[in-house]
Design a protein around this ligand. Sequence first.
Ligand code: HSE
Length: 310
Amino acid sequence: MKVIKAFAPATIANFVVGFDSLGASFAVEDDLFGDIVTIESASQSAFKIIGKYASVLQAVEENVVTQATQLFHQKLISRNIKPSTLDIQLEKRLPISSGLGSSASSIVAALIALNAFYDNVFLSQDLLSMAGDLEGRLCGAIHFDNVAPSMFGGLQLLVPDKLSESLPWFDDWVIVIIYPGVAVTTKMARELLPTSLTLPKAVNYWQKFSVFIHALYKNDPTLALAMMKDSLIEPLRATLIPQFELLRSKAIGAGALSFGISGSGPTCFAIADSLLVAQNIYHAINDVKLSPESFCKIGKISKQGARIIE
Ligand code: HSE
């Protein structure tokens, strides 16, 4: 019997400078930090959720994996391919509404597993388009800055027409993520944002973003880091993150080169130029009183995106 197991990594969307336009795939050594979806053919369709965060997801029929399967099957039918009856399992390893691209990870793992099950009938760009649509249903706005890096790995730049371009980054950057253990939905975090910008603010934002991309290609980490300041979105969203200012000052005090919000939060991330500095940041953060559900992890931007693991 055909059994397919797919993993999709966590992500750091926006990467401070590129709201809705940049996202990085985050990996922890010796661990699969992301969700896993297993699919096998069955006589009756079935869906089950296991894993650390399974209990938080109760409405199975509304789960993103169920929705991903329905959408994938509709697309199959439109190509005159008959869908199979499937037994699907989601291993929910990422906390939900965490800013780590948790829903994107489930969606991407499901689509990658389904595509492998149906002998790679769709191109990765078709899968990315499906993933963006599914994310959009959840968050009220289509954005690809979680689904693209989760699918393709690395640092991804979103470009019009739903294409995604892999960017260079600095291999020696070590990333520390801090999940404060509370839930902030993307919808909630987007509602805080202005619906329009004055021209000077827009110019300031796109200048920093463009110079950041230029610095990546120039291999100039100092210039890239100098651009990683967000006076537009971060001050508004920081109000939803427990101890944001304290976390920032601890991280910077321990040697972080940059500190910002991952996606729509509440997870924050710090950049270090060595494992030693990352460990110092990790220990400094441990002094901050956060929810018992909180955690801190050291990792890297990963080249590897979603993949079949069995
Ligand atoms: N770009 C999106 C936002 C990411 O910041 O709202 C959500 O994870």
